[in-house]
Design a protein around this ligand. Structure first.
Ligand code: AMP
Length: 393
């Protein structure tokens, strides 16, 4: 079933529940340090207001572990949203219950209410029917605009959709689905994926799946060392997951007959993971036994950039090195710039790679920046996402 977008649903006078992703970073003073996710929701919120709906926003924030903890209140988000919209945003005392219902009862068309943190209730993550029904009783229409949470079957992303008559996707969610489908269903070839980040074990599923989909797979970051080790290369003290060596070896064998899988050929190695540590560029066969590789080297950058420049579909997840530390950030930023210049339809997903394209100042040149790291990986893996499937009715 096709998914209905928010602007294809009658909203006038309706109570419209919108699952948003307001899981924003806060500092010790509980100030929002990055409001990207709030800004990303504005189009949908504006639209519902202008269509005469009563907007009921709901999100989780942090990990309050199923308890009401003021530290995880969404109140700072309501304030920021008010500023961004130049309009009052009411803050609810809770996310379910009679008091909230009464607040919604008194709302006028075009007004906005932000519910309190959904994860103050353990039933949210457990997807309990009673909690789903309590949420559903607040609204006439359900809209999901939280792609970042769509790979989880929680009450607010999946459960409650069974008890609401009209369901659909917000603009942000729809753009995610359309962009990722473009890469997944009929990708223009060559189709290139770049995977980095710390752990192989986190991305096993996606790697296995991509071998049957992409033409070329570039592997960098910490996860490359488990593969290099599986190839018989001594990687010193670099990050290796010993229990993934066998899997990595079989994957390399499988990949060999199907696609071009490229691992780093040189590295920025350091005596330890420290800004002041001695460092040098080393080739695969010269990694000192007690050194640690923390970034891809210039030769690898060149090889990777060449592939990137000839791709027509490109998906990138995970940094090429410890890019949080300047001496080990060059590989990741070089890849970010190359991805931006590539003629491919480019998708970047995952917090670190998104941060890298932002820091490199090239975000505007990326075709689609996914708001959900885990969700975009699962989508690319070919898994069905419960939060998206729930909208197909
Ligand atoms: P992930 O969450 O799996 O995408 O991993 C991101 C983290 O991987 C970042 O914090 C990087 O610092 C880290 N990382 C990338 N390359 C390396 C490396 N060569 N050694 C250790 N950590 C790395």
């Amino acid at each position: 079933m096709p998914i209905q977008r928010v602007d294809q649903i009658g909203l006038k006078g309706e109570r419209v529940f919108v699952r948003v992703d307001y899981n924003v970073p806060l500092n010790e003073k509980r100030e929002i340090t990055d409001d990207t996710r709030i800004v990303a929701s504005l189009q949908t919120v504006h639209y519902i207001c202008s269509a005469g709906g009563k907007v009921i926003l709901a999100s989780h924030l942090g990990r309050p572990k199923g308890k009401k903890d003021p530290k995880y209140s969404l109140a700072p988000v309501a304030e920021r949203l008010s500023l961004l919209l130049n309009k009052k945003v009411l803050m609810a005392t809770d996310c379910i219950g009679e008091e909230v219902k009464a607040q919604i009862e008194s709302m006028k068309e075009g007004e906005i209410l932000l519910l309190e943190n959904l994860r103050f209730y353990p039933e949210e993550e457990k997807n309990e029917a009673s909690f789903s029904k309590a949420l559903a009783s607040l609204c006439d229409v359900y809209i999901n605009d939280a792609f970042g949470a769509a790979h989880r079957a929680h009450a607010s992303t999946e459960g409650m959709t069974h008890y609401v008559r009209k369901v659909g996707a917000g603009f942000l969610m729809m753009k995610e689905i359309e962009s990722l489908e473009k890469a997944l269903v009929h990708p223009k070839r060559p189709y290139l994926a770049i995977l980095g980040g710390a752990k192989v074990s986190d991305k096993i599923g996606v790697i296995r799946n991509l071998i049957n989909k992409v033409d070329t797979l570039l592997i960098g970051g910490g996860m490359a060392y488990t593969f290099l080790k599986a190839n018989g290369i001594e990687v010193g003290k670099s990050l290796v997951e010993m229990d993934q060596i066998e899997f990595s070896r079989s994957l390399l064998n499988e990949a060999r007959s199907k696609i071009k899988l490229i691992l780093p050929s040189d590295h920025v190695a350091a005596e330890k993971m420290d800004l002041e540590a001695q460092r040098k560029i080393v080739k695969n066969n010269d990694i000192p036994a007690d050194w640690i590789c923390l970034d891809i080297g210039p030769e690898t950058i060149q090889t990777f950039c060449k592939e990137i420049s000839s791709a027509l579909t490109l998906f990138w997840n995970g940094p090429m090195g410890v890019f949080e530390m300047e001496p080990f950030s060059h590989g990741t930023f070089a890849i970010a710039r190359a991805v931006a210049e590539s003629p491919a339809f480019t998708i970047v997903g995952g917090g670190d790679s998104v941060a890298a394209v932002n820091q490199a100042g090239v975000a505007e040149k990326i075709n689609h920046i996914s708001t959900g790291g885990g969700a975009s990986l699962e989508f690319i893996e070919g898994k069905t996402l419960p939060g998206i499937e729930a909208l197909r009715k």
